[in-house]
Design a protein around this ligand. Structure first.
Ligand SMILES: *Cc1c(COP(=O)(O)O)cnc(C)c1O
Length: 409
């Protein structure tokens, strides 16, 4: 019989969202007349902007004509999209189109990047706590995490605690991590990183020869001019950082699927014999071997994000969600809750009132207000006592949810 990857057995059962689903279903079955508003999962709700749809329609028609039909595209993406990204998203940051690799999602890229790094514990990995679970689980699968303790913390990982006390910017550890995952604007806390803070990480990475994996999926939600939108705004980051970006949240692509990863030329890792190897070379090889590119139609849709109309329409989409975030943040503040985030990110992170655990607050919100959020403990031990509300919803639902919370708590 085929042997399985034993590391999968160390994964804690996908606990968070299934458990939320179970509790919501049980409540709904017992209370069939109640309508429940879900501010839990971070999926977008608003339709795809017209400029994107028009570009995709035109691309479909091209494929229907023998003269403009296209088959396999370049594995790393069409130049028209990589050039548009370099020109708009990395203006003045010296990122070339050749350093941009188009993919079908940041979640996939965050996991796939482990293909080009040594596994089975050869690299010490640092993650934030609370954390986007993908970083942890993919390292468990790769054999980098070892077993979990009773709090669900993996023995082999370094956890960087993000709390209100440190402004959700965890202290830079003394210990050496070979790979550090950073996500700003942050899911789940809605926090942003200052330029100074990211500069400390770049200095740390240079000191230890570490690789920073910077997840900038929410960069479009940054409103403050002094908050860095890319790790490459920090001097020296090109020598130590890979950046992940996605069209999922700013352009409504969670179902369409398009993202990209920047691997700077000159960024290297070390082979077991000490040879320095360019990571771009390995990523290029990984992608061209295991991936055949994103569909032409989708890449035309993504490129339309950078047209004048696309910029305006996606800007409006972001503004729409950020108005939801403002309503949630201010609505809960008025109820004397301690709220964080929601200013440069579409998530509001709150301290559970009355000393509730995050699951107790989940139950209270569900049964009293019929509103669903996400318990902070589901994102890691340091998320206990916190709760996440997402701004991805209709205005109507956000306003109704706030009224219910106000009436019930
Ligand atoms: C939504 C999200 C992504 C984007 O994932 P896709 O696979 O591109 O949809 C990446 N990172 C974080 C932290 C996210 O919340």
């Amino acid at each position: 019989m085929a042997r399985v990857n034993d590391h999968f057995r160390l994964l804690k059962a996908g606990y968070l969202f299934p458990e939320i689903g179970r509790r919501v279903r049980a409540f709904q079955e017992a209370n069939p007349d109640k309508s429940i508003i879900k501010l839990g999962i971070g999926d977008v709700t608003e339709p795809l902007p017209a400029a994107i749809r028009e570009a995709m329609h035109a691309a479909i028609d091209e494929l229907g004509d023998r003269d403009t039909f296209r088959g396999y595209g370049p594995e790393k993406g069409y130049p028209f999209l990589r050039e548009a990204i370099a020109a708009h998203d990395f203006k003045g940051l010296n990122v070339s189109p050749e350093e941009i690799y188009i993919s079908d999602g940041s979640k996939c890229d965050c996991g796939n990047v482990l293909d080009i790094l040594a596994a089975n514990g050869a690299n010490k990995i640092a993650v934030a706590d609370p954390v986007y679970p993908v970083y942890v689980d993919t390292n468990v699968m790769a054999g980098n995490a070892g077993p979990a303790d009773e709090n669900g913390r993996y023995e082999g990982l370094i956890y960087l605690e993000a709390t209100a006390e440190n402004d959700f910017q965890p202290a830079i550890p003394e210990a050496k991590a070979d790979v550090v995952y950073l996500c700003y604007p942050n899911n789940p806390t809605g926090a942003v990183a200052s330029k100074e803070y990211l500069a400390e990480w770049v200095a740390y990475a240079k000191r230890h020869g570490s690789l920073l994996l910077f997840d900038a999926a929410y960069t479009a939600f940054i409103k403050d001019a002094d908050v860095p939108r890319s790790i490459y705004e920090i001097d020296g980051a090109r020598d130590c950082a890979i950046e992940f970006r996605s069209f999922s949240k700013n352009a409504g692509f969670t179902g369409v699927r398009c993202a990209f990863t920047v691997v700077p030329e000159g960024l290297t890792g070390t082979a077991s014999d000490g040879t320095e190897i360019p990571l771009a070379k390995l990523w290029d090889r990984r992608q061209s071997t295991k991936f055949n590119g994103v569909s032409y139609i989708v890449q035309r849709g993504a490129a339309a994000v950078y047209s004048e109309a696309g910029q305006r329409q996606t800007g409006e989409l972001v503004d729409f969600y950020m108005e939801n975030a403002r309503l949630i943040r201010e609505g809960l503040s008025a109820l004397r809750m301690d709220v964080y985030g929601g200013v440069n990110a579409p998530y509001v992170w709150l301290k559970t009132p009355g000393g509730d655990s995050s699951w107790e607050f989940f139950d209270r919100l569900l049964t009293k207000a019929n509103v669903v959020g996400t318990p902070g403990a589901g994102f890691g031990a340091a998320g206990e006592g916190y709760f996440r509300l997402s701004a991805f919803n209709s205005r109507e639902n956000v306003i109704a949810a706030l009224e219910r919370i106000k009436a019930a708590l």
